[in-house]
Unconditional design. Structure first.
Length: 305
């Protein structure tokens, strides 16, 4: 079952990387990028990388990415963090890539000392939160008992350097929690270049379980896998990728649910709502079961030094 992996190749790029998917479309810019296997580190990477990535992040990119599932997502993530810091009398938490700060606010309500890092920090700061525009700024405020990167590591242009810096920011008992899309999941294999979560070129590195484990070990982390599923991510990844593969406007269903601007006609929007909703309904149970069996589309790792 699934869509054949047509178009896959093992050609070699000018950089010496093997090309896995030569043409992956960025729905926002209309540009194509390749997904390549880094010959030196074995990781999947986007290439060639633009000189200026900032122009690929619109003003609306960071807000409301979870749509109506945001509250459910925040509760699940906060539960994971609570387990990581259980037994501590006071908690210092750094959320790298904190977005609009909604999740951080939940930690502040719990009485924790919360700090965030965000490339565009104004929205989170407007909520009264302490948010830095870079890890280097945050490094003056450590150590932290828990540091989280929820779907952030894949965006970093220098993940090795950043993971080393984060290691230095952890307290002796501190925990690092990382969540990334699983580029080795069934949906990525089924839908190939149409997979929603390639998100080129904003996703610089595309981690699989083996490469995420290895980069953590390379920086002296002790790694524990917590989960291989974030249900709403995995479900949307399946439904939107299927629509992409069937030839519908790239990522339109996702944009509609997360209220992204678009100029599509009402009939086309209606068709995407109906088909996308039907795909979600059909896939909800098997994707839920896949997550329970450790076969979902998201990797969540916890690590300590």
């Amino acid at each position: 079952m699934g869509i054949p992996l047509t178009g896959r190749t093992t050609a070699v790029s000018d950089s010496g990387n093997s090309i896995v998917w030569p043409r992956v479309l960025d729905a926002d810019s209309g540009e194509y990028f390749a997904v390549q296997r880094d010959g030196s580190k074995g990781r999947l990477v986007t290439g060639p990388m633009p000189a200026d990535l900032s122009r690929y992040y619109s003003d609306t990119y960071h807000g409301n990415r979870h749509g109506f599932t945001a509250r459910y997502c925040d509760r699940r993530r906060l539960s994971i963090i609570r387990r990581a810091v259980s037994g501590l009398q006071s908690v210092r938490w750094l959320d790298v890539g904190c977005g609009d700060g909604t999740l951080l606010q939940s930690g502040a309500t719990a009485g924790w000392q919360v700090h965030g890092v965000e490339m565009q920090p104004d929205l989170a700061r407007s909520k009264g939160l302490t948010v830095y525009s870079s890890l280097q700024q945050a490094s003056q405020k450590g150590p932290f008992d828990v540091i989280t990167l929820w779907h952030v590591l894949e965006h970093l242009t220098e993940p090795d350097n950043d993971l080393q810096l984060i290691s230095n920011l952890l307290s002796p008992h501190g925990k690092l929690i990382v969540a990334v899309p699983d580029a080795g999941c069934l949906a990525a294999r089924w839908f190939g270049p149409h997979w929603l979560h390639w998100d080129v070129p904003r996703h610089v590195t595309h981690f699989e379980a083996s490469t995420l484990t290895q980069i953590m070990i390379d920086h002296s982390y002790q790694v524990q896998q917590l989960s291989r599923s974030e249900f709403e991510y995995d479900l949307m990844g399946f439904a939107q990728s299927a629509l992409n593969a069937l030839g519908f406007e790239r990522n339109l269903f996702f944009k509609l649910l997360t209220k992204r601007p678009n100029k599509t006609s009402l009939p086309i929007r209606a068709v995407n709502y109906v088909l996308g909703g039907a795909l979600c309904a059909i896939a909800a149970l098997p994707i839920g079961l896949a997550g329970r069996l450790g076969k979902g589309g998201t990797l969540i790792f916890q690590a300590h030094r």
